[in-house]
Structure formats: structure tokens, C-alpha cells
Design a protein around this ligand. Sequence first.
Ligand SMILES: [Zn+2]
Length: 77
Amino acid sequence: MSRRVLDGELEVGSIPERRPEEMGGEVPEKEVPAKASGEIKVWRCKVCGYLCARESPPETCPICNVGRERFEEFTFR
Ligand SMILES: [Zn+2]
């Protein structure tokens, strides 16, 4: 039993170390070249609002199963 407690403490202790990177990390929004980053587009399903980031829309929506013609290009601002 004491082993499990030790393992649990180790796992818990490793989580706080990751948080500062995600929360306190500086995100250079201005320097993110949207066009130069592989031309990844975001497609939105007009039916259910499903979003996916890829070069072309999926054959069918994984959520509501409609065809790709129901997808429109979604642009961030
Ligand atoms: Zn959909």
C-alpha cells in the first residue's frame, strides 16, 4: 500500500512542473505567421459547427456525417 501512495505523490508532484510553461509561457501572437506555417486552413461544418484545421475539409463530418460541400473555410482574425 505504501508503494501506491508513493507513486501517487510522484505523479501529483510532476503536474505543477508542467503548468508554469503552459500558463506563464509567452505566446508571441504577433510573430505567428499564419500564411507561412504550412498554409493550414480551418474548416467549419455549417451544419454542426465542427472545426478542423487541415489543408482540405474532411470527406465527411465526423460529428454529423455530412459531406465536405457543407464545410466552409473558417478564417481567424
Ligand atoms: Zn458537422
